[in-house]
Ligand binder design. Structure first.
Ligand code: SF4
Length: 357
């Protein structure tokens, strides 16, 4: 079955961008734009009106006024209403993502989000204050996370803390556990009838995340993670994965295609109207085309028929060939299997487009 069968498509439009430039961000550091609601409606109309060679359109559509930071614009309420009007019924959902930046600056935001309703909201840490400000590339990000957590709890939303562990933050993990207990997050979420979740996320080595490879932890680093943290993490340390050299033992013989995919078929439209499939980093080798210069028909056919170089490789290349070319047989750094394939795809793409791997 063709995975991109046009029964449903989400369209994420980067109307305002993001206040952060996080070091792990798989979406990279694209330019912040300033699209109007008219621009957003024009883009939506192009997707709604598109038909294929047989005259069939896209079954259902979901339109989102953000791609990176949700609700970054002051008119976020109007944009939410507009998303609902433009989208097929029930298709413009929230994904438990809110703007932490806005939560810390706009007291009315959490109560508004709670009424949508929103039950939990993910907040990202890289350790304690110095490490989190470093990881978010914004001074004050850690304090914003704490204030956002307070405002979420007050509005009846459970904060869910995601922690990225790098070589830089290993020394501060006991303090991180203490912080969770000092804030009584478990107890306060329980009093809302919800569960407090904290988990150790794996860093996807694409977009900005590729430049974090030098601080990716190895098995020796993982042994330094305190038991008190592992015991309260949702998946323990499972998401950290295994050393590259161990994963290579099977991946070197795996003939299947890379097969990167997304939970929800969708495309993103950048501030420059470049359109990317939402299955991997928005890099040149994944680019479907430009909405202004190539037009909607060319880029939707590129999506459907998988003609962008990255999509072709994703479908017709093999894990084995990527492993042979980019695998490090002595690699000790920890990867989830899919993240390792993602790194190889990044290396392949950079080489394909003549960049430095
Ligand atoms: S991870 Fe989220 S908040 Fe950070 S730069 Fe990317 S889109 Fe913005």
């Amino acid at each position: 079955m063709n995975h991109w069968n046009m029964d449903y498509l989400g369209v994420m439009v980067d109307m305002a961008g993001c206040p952060n430039r996080c070091r792990h961000c798989w979406l990279g550091s694209h330019r912040n734009g300033s699209m109007t609601t008219g621009d957003f409606c024009d883009i939506a109309a192009q997707f709604v009106n598109w038909t294929d060679e047989k005259g069939a359109g896209i079954g259902e559509l979901g339109f989102f006024s953000w791609w990176r930071e949700p609700d970054y614009r002051d008119d976020y309420r109007e944009l939410w209403d507009l998303e609902q009007r433009l989208s097929s019924p029930g298709r413009a959902a929230r994904f438990e993502l809110l703007s932490v930046w806005r939560l810390a600056r706009d007291e009315d935001y959490a109560p508004w989000a709670a009424a949508l309703p929103t039950e939990s909201c993910q907040i990202t840490f890289f350790g304690m204050e110095e490490a989190t400000d470093w990881g978010t590339r914004r001074r004050g990000a850690f304090r914003d996370n704490l204030l956002a957590s307070e405002r979420l709890l007050k509005a009846g939303i459970a904060p869910r803390w995601q922690l990225f562990i790098t070589k830089r933050c290993l020394g501060g993990l006991d303090d991180f556990v203490r912080l969770i207990y000092n804030l009584e997050l478990h107890k306060r979420c329980e009093s809302l009838g919800r569960k407090f979740e904290v988990f150790i996320g794996g860093i996807s080595p694409e977009g900005n995340g590729y430049s974090m490879e030098d601080v990716r932890i190895d098995a020796g680093d993982a042994a330094l993670i305190p038991r008190s943290l592992i015991d309260i993490c949702r998946e323990g340390t499972d998401l950290l994965g295994q050393p590259e050299r161990v994963l290579l033992e099977s991946l070197l013989y795996d003939p299947s295609p890379p097969g990167m995919s997304a939970n929800m078929p969708s495309v993103s439209v950048s501030a420059d109207y470049d359109v990317y499939p939402n299955i991997a980093e928005p890099a040149e080798w994944w680019r479907l085309g430009n909405l202004k210069t190539d037009g909607i028909d060319a880029l939707l056919k590129s999506y459907r028929d998988e003609t962008a170089p990255g999509m072709k490789m994703n479908r017709s290349g093999s894990i084995r060939e990527l492993a042979l070319r980019y695998g490090n047989i002595n690699g000790n750094r920890l990867y989830d299997k899919n993240d390792l394939i993602c790194r190889w795809m990044h290396q392949w793409g950079a080489e394909y487009t003549g960049g430095r791997v």
